[in-house]
Design a protein around this ligand. Structure first.
Ligand code: ADP
Ligand code: MG
Ligand code: MG
Length: 907
């Protein structure tokens, strides 16, 4: 495959890429190139493309494509020239890092190797050049450690144990207290570990003349193996898992960045750190991050040493700090967004090692978007497009009930907002197992690492005793939108024995003990703290009010109770798209409903029961219509199979047998037997497809009559009080137009009668739910007699596919998804076939009746992707659960903006 360009240079005066090339260079490579283009201090290097990684996997067994070795040599030569040093040079060696970098950020998912190019000779050169044997030997032992772990698959604990032994032998407590000779000795010890633990079969190239495996001294071999290891890390278990979780395609591949090393471990004027141009937790415009002096690489995020906040940098290294703040400003101006960065300061000189648009909490996302509009950096359209609907969900996370007195047992960093309550578990596997049993857990760890992802995913919240706000646990929890408290140092965690002691007290948290954490404040409490829904911030309202300006799709709420209606209104619903009436038949009213169903047609018992129901239903509607004053409320007449309101016949049978044995009154027994026979006669083989929906209205006209009466009475009464009730009556499960014709006539008759009785003029629109394929394909007929359609996409999905939701979700959907027979759960995101029926229903319906109002009231109305589909189809509104109303408003705006020509600026 000659002619393919696989390697791109950056830094040192010649850069070939830029920030728009992340699918070729990966995010890290593209942004390194961009920073070099901006003239920022970036150590030079080169990037091997993501496509090369996929080429590597295309051969069997995986192998470097032909020509790659040569291209790498060419670019290495260029890098050596830029640096004026050669890789492996015994007197003045160039050292490089080999870094992974996929098109989407996968924090900590892949492996990085630092200090490559050291061997027994070049370490001497490094000593001579730096006059710092401790630094040189420390670098060499770090290299062996990382390389062996990442490339040669040696268990990392072996090295850590060797370091611990060394510290014990020297009587010191930190790595920093080990001197040059100690580091040299460790290097020798590490090489022994390699010889003992690396398999000769897996790495035949490393077997020496004595038959033993030796750590590779040849720097070209080091480089080639390291690059290959990065390619291989694309397919490691945790990377595959992360991609699955984040829905990142498997075929993107990772790029490999080979970059000249700079050193943050050259003494007290050297440092390494990570930062954000604004606070990623709450959005405040401030410099935010952590750094460590005299440290290298992952030391900051690993939580090994106590980091300093970035705001302290000016005190420690004033000049470098000033330059860093300038870089922050330039990056924000260039990316027009909050950036996160990784940097190293080598003997006072700042070097930029990474940047990207940074992850943030929902709260921060809103604040940053609003601030940037006010700063004139972005437009309102951009602000609206930058917030992901899923992120808004985070904001609706619960908090500790402020009315509760809490006694914290520990306090850590407020690493990811929201509160959570659950049983303490001490390993990822335990979290996963508990979740599978339906238990809620808090994952308690010293610090998390990528292997903990499944457990973090399963937990309600995460609590660690180590690590800062940019530790693995903090970053990943924020990405997942999970509450997390990090660095709660008072906890002494004993994961092996599944407990944590609270230092200085006799409190012990054992596995299964319920604890509560508040990731917004960092507080940890023993026991369950009651949670409340949060009040949303002004930024939330600001961004959503902008969204409302841009969207054309209406958003209503599904609400059955005045409380839900109030919530929907608070979240900006423009009406109720689905008010179900069946719950109004439950609770203490169930007995009345039963006697109504079981009474004979036209009997006085039935009339009496209906009268009682009429009174309570009227009250229900009064409250809901009053809450939604001035806004439409679509009331669905009774829909579920009637027997759902009746006793379980099997239980009744048992009752009869018992009563008989106990010598019950024969009349009473006979009544019970009649009841059983009646219920039996109503049991259906497939209730979902049985006597329900409008079929009930045809079979029991009195029930629908009563409901329509209650709706009309409530509306007329409110009108008399000067209010503005806007009910709409929706008839469910229509399949043939004659059903709707018949029921519409009956409905209108009742409305007219009541309105005459009460002396109030009222017109109530009558429409239907489209939830059967027959209705969708004959929507021209049905549309002619309907004022509105509301697509019931839950049932429409069931009836289109011919499967019942509960069964498929529990039984075969997981397998269907795994085998990619279905790309996604059609009950979450509207399926293309179901969407076609909706589209056809809309078109045919409007052809017959151009005033027909069109909505969706299935759960898809709250799914952002489905909202895009409904916008495209041209519906008038979607209706979803009150909590999803803000998401739907935002998604509708984004759908409208996506359809516009971009680049317009109407600030
Ligand atoms: P990740 O993608 O996991 O963040 P990186 O490739 O960014 O991994 O490497 C991790 C850390 O290693 C960096 O944050 C930086 O501190 C250090 N590092 C990487 N390359 C270099 C380099 N050329 N010089 C100095 N330190 C480096
Ligand atoms: Mg990094
Ligand atoms: Mg339905």
């Amino acid at each position: 495959m000659a002619g393919i360009k696989r390697v791109y240079a950056f830094g040192g005066g010649r850069t070939e890429g830029n920030k728009d090339m992340k699918f070729i260079l990966g995010g890290k490579g593209a942004n390194l190139a961009e920073m070099a283009n901006m003239g920022l201090p970036v150590p030079p290097g080169f990037t091997i493309t993501c496509q090369t990684c996929m080429e590597y996997y295309a051969s069997n067994p995986p192998a470097f494509p032909e020509g790659l070795d040569e291209e790498i040599s060419e670019y290495l030569a260029e890098l050596e020239q830029k640096m004026g040093k050669r890789l492996g040079d015994p007197s003045d060696p160039l050292l490089v890092s080999v870094r992974s970098g996929a098109p989407f950020s996968m924090p900590g998912m892949m492996d990085t190797i630092l200090n490559l190019g050291l061997n027994d000779e070049s370490v001497q050169g490094l000593i001579e050049q730096t006059n710092n044997p401790r630094f040189a030997w420390d670098s060499y032992r770090r290299f062996i450690q990382m390389f062996s772990k990442v490339v040669l698959d040696v268990d990392g604990d072996l090295f850590e144990n060797a370091i611990t032994e060394m510290k014990l032998a020297r009587g010191v407590s930190s790595d920093a207290e080990l001197d040059a000779d100690d580091m040299k000795e460790l290097t020798a010890r590490f090489k022994e570990i390699v010889a003992e633990h690396v398999s000769a079969e897996a790495f035949p190239a490393l077997v020496g003349p004595d038959g033993r495996v030796a750590f590779p001294q040849d720097v070209q071999t080091q480089l080639r193996l390291a690059i290959e290891a990065v390619f291989r890390s694309w397919m490691n278990e945790r990377a595959v898992y992360y991609r699955k979780m984040e829905k990142i395609p498997d075929d993107l591949g990772t790029a490999v960045n080979v970059q000249a090393m700079v050193f943050g471990n050259k003494g007290e004027t050297s440092a390494t750190g990570v930062g954000f141009t604004r606070n990623p937790a709450d959005g405040t415009k401030e410099y935010y991050g952590d750094f460590l002096t005299n440290a290298q690489g992952e030391d900051v995020v690993a939580g090994i040493r106590h980091t300093q906040p970035l705001s302290d940098l000016p005190k420690v290294l004033p000049e470098a700090a000033e330059e860093l703040w300038r870089v922050f400003e330039r990056l924000e101006a260039e990316y027009r967004d909050m950036c996160d960065i990784e940097f190293t300061i080598e003997q006072g000189k700042l070097w930029m090692l990474q940047t990207r648009v940074g992850k943030r909490t929902a709260r921060a996302a809103l604040k940053i978007a609003v601030d940037m509009v006010n700063e004139g950096m972005i437009t309102r359209e951009e602000a609206v497009q930058r917030i992901s609907p899923a992120q808004l969900d985070q904001l609706l996370h619960p908090q500790f009930d402020p009315k509760t007195q809490i006694e914290p047992i520990a306090k850590g960093l407020n690493a990811s907002p929201g509160a959570a309550v659950g049983e303490a578990v001490f390993s990822s596997a335990d979290a996963v197992a508990a979740k599978a049993q339906g238990r809620k857990v808090i994952l308690v760890r010293w610090e998390t690492n990528p292997d903990d992802l499944p457990g973090m995913d399963a937990a309600e919240g995460i609590l660690t005793s180590h690590g800062g706000k940019t530790s693995h646990a903090a970053v990943v929890a924020r990405g997942m939108g999970k509450p997390a408290v990090c660095g709660a140092e008072k906890l002494a965690i004993d994961a092996e024995n599944k407990l944590a002691r609270v230092k200085g007290t006799d409190v012990v948290i054992r596995e299964g003990d319920v604890i509560s954490i508040d990731g917004t404040t960092g507080v940890v409490v023993l026991g369950a703290v009651p949670l409340v829904e949060p009040e949303v911030s002004g930024d939330f309202d600001t961004v959503l009010s902008w969204a409302d300006e841009f969207r054309t799709l209406g958003v209503r709420a599904n609400a059955d109770t005045p409380a839900d209606a109030t919530l929907g209104r608070k979240f900006g619903a423009e009406g109720i798209g689905l008010c179900r009436t069946e719950h109004m038949f439950l609770g203490e009213r169930k007995a009345i409903v039963q006697s109504m169903i079981l009474a004979d047609d036209g009997s006085p018992e039935r009339a009496a029961a209906l009268d009682k129901l009429l009174a309570v239903q009227t009250q229900d509607f009064l409250e809901i219509f009053a809450t939604m004053d001035g806004l439409p409320v679509t009331v669905r007449l009774l829909d579920p199979p009637l027997h759902e309101f009746l006793d379980d016949p099997r239980a009744l049978e048992v009752e009869i047998v018992r009563a008989e044995a106990a010598g019950a009154d024969p009349d009473e027994l006979a009544a019970k037997r009649r009841l059983l026979a009646q219920i039996d006669s109503m049991v259906e083989a497939n209730p979902m497809l049985g006597l329900r929906g409008c079929r009930l209205g045809i079979m029991f006209p009195e029930i629908y009559g009563m409901q329509v009466r209650a709706i009309t009475r409530a509306a007329c009464q409110l009108k008399k009080e000067g209010k503005d009730p806007r009910p709409e009556i929706m008839i469910p499960l229509v399949s043939v137009v004659t059903e709707l014709e018949t029921l519409r006539k009956e409905t209108e008759a009742v409305v007219e009668e009541v309105s005459r009785e009460m002396g109030v003029k009222i017109a109530i629109p009558v429409g239907t739910m489209i939830e059967l394929p027959r209705a969708a394909v004959t929507a021209d007929r049905i549309g002619a007699v309907a004022d509105f359609f509301s697509f019931g996409t839950n049932d429409l999905t069931q009836t289109t596919f011919g499967f019942s939701r509960d069964d498929i979700e529990a039984k075969f959907l997981p397998r269907y998804l795994e085998r990619k027979i279905l790309a996604r759960n059609p009950f979450e995101t509207i399926d293309e076939g179901v969407a076609k029926l909706v589209e056809m229903g809309c078109r045919l319906g409007r052809e017959a009746n151009e005033k027909l109002k069109l909505g969706v009231c299935g759960e898809h109305g709250g799914d952002p992707e489905s909202v895009h589909t409904f916008h495209r189809i041209g519906l008038d509104y979607v209706s979803c659960s009150p909590y999803r109303v803000p998401l739907a408003r935002l998604a509708a705006a984004q759908a409208a903006l996506a359809g516009r020509v971009s680049g317009s600026d109407n600030r």
